[in-house]
Design a binder for this molecule. Structure first.
Ligand SMILES: NC(=O)c1ccc[n+]([C@@H]2O[C@H](COP(=O)([O-])OP(=O)(O)OC[C@H]3O[C@@H](n4cnc5c(N)ncnc54)[C@H](OP(=O)(O)O)[C@@H]3O)[C@@H](O)[C@H]2O)c1
Length: 338
């Protein structure tokens, strides 16, 4: 059986996460038992939620245990099988973690999913046609539920979730406005992702300036907001919401190191009769097939052309992950292993 390099969580961050929180470990892959398959990972997914699990605090999910492989989504190829449902060469999506190989019981429901790479590249099953894409779909379709002609806004607009959000919202006839960090990301959002406008928050570092930029980009006000960031951007958006606007609260990455993100004016929720709903995509598995079908169609038809930031090799995973939390990624952050 092959040698397997892994990234473990070695110790918990105090404040900002650092490379020293992780440890590169070499292990053996055990011999397969009945029903098991050996998957060689081609790509690991790096996702902002992993930062929250590095802490040992109360959350919607259990913390990442110390001294064990960092958990996370993977795509790869079956290289050995003792399960009749999986053949050598099958391409699969799973939750194999930050390591080069995983041994998976193929009979556990949801542990592995075979995917077709004819029209969708394997890596996209971790991004646009995977968990981040479904996240965008759920927040847009089930919470914001826009009508054609309405204006919707999303933060972290050029990222894995934001880019899928744009394609899905354009397909529903919305005006779609993004907020992203830097001129390059904003140019990509409008020129390649189909955003009608994109605001560079680095040029608008306070509520007043951001609110003015939103007024110009959203002349008819905001009907739906997909929140990925939190902080002053959220305050500025609330100032521009129309009556009965809907807010899908997906992420608050500006506070993932533990800084509180107070809301400046919650009275706006009452004044504008807003609906604000937080959600966790893995709690809505019943919608995944419908969402993945639409997302796969958008990618296969070229209407969604997601960008990827690809780090090379398992040793590069910690730095790539820390970069994602600081916005150094451009699109879906992956680690390529094969
Ligand atoms: N609720 C759920 O079930 C669920 C599922 C998946 C993802 N999420 C959330 O969705 C959000 C996007 O995830 P993703 O995977 O698509 O990541 P991503 O957008 O590809 O990458 C994260 C981006 O966040 C932005 N960012 C980081 N710190 C920021 C700050 N202080 N202020 C403003 N922007 C900042 C950066 O973009 P800029 O350079 O543009 O700042 C960075 O590129 C995250 O909040 C994540 O936790 C939630």
């Amino acid at each position: 059986m092959p040698t397997n390099r892994q990234q473990h969580l070695d110790n918990r961050p105090e404040g900002e996460a650092v490379a020293g929180n992780f440890k590169l470990v070499t292990a053996e892959t055990p011999a397969l038992e009945d029903h098991q398959v050996l998957v060689r990972h081609h790509y690991l997914s790096l996702d902002p939620y992993m930062r929250g699990r590095m802490n040992d605090s109360k959350s919607y999910a259990q913390p990442q245990p110390l001294g064990q492989v960092m958990q996370g989504g993977t795509v790869g190829e079956v290289v050995e099988s003792r399960n009749p449902k999986y053949a050598v060469g099958d391409k699969v999506v799973g939750f194999g973690g930050w390591q080069e190989y995983s041994v998976v019981d193929g009979n556990v429901v949801g542990a592995l999913r075979k995917v077709d790479t004819t029209h969708v590249p394997l890596s996209h099953y971790l991004g646009a046609v995977g968990m981040p894409g479904v996240t965008a779909w759920y927040g847009l379709v089930k919470i914001i539920a826009p009508k054609a002609g309405e204006t919707v806004v999303v933060t972290a607009a050029s990222g894995a979730v934001g880019s899928a959000f744009a394609a899905l919202a354009k397909a529903r006839g919305c005006r779609v406005v993004g907020i992203a960090g830097g001129a390059d990301k904003c140019r990509y959002a409008t020129e390649e992702l189909g955003f009608d406008a994109c605001i560079d928050y680095k040029q608008h570092p306070d509520v007043k300036s951001m609110s003015q930029a939103l007024k110009e980009a959203c002349p008819d006000g905001i009907d739906g907001y997909f929140e990925n960031v939190g902080g002053y951007i959220f305050d500025a958006v609330l100032l521009r919401t129309n009556a009965f606007a809907r807010v899908a609260l997906c992420g608050m990455i500006a506070g993932y190191d533990g800084a509180p993100l107070p809301l400046a004016n919650p009275a706006l929720i009452l004044i504008n009769r807003l609906k604000i709903e937080g959600f966790i995509v893995s709690e809505h598995m019943e919608f995944w097939p419908e969402a993945l079908k639409e997302l796969g169609g958008l990618v296969a038809s070229g209407k969604l052309r997601p960008r990827e930031s690809v780090a090379e090799g398992i040793a590069a995973a910690p730095e790539a992950f820390l970069g994602l939390l600081k916005g150094r990624n451009f699109g879906k952050q992956l680690v390529k292993l094969v």
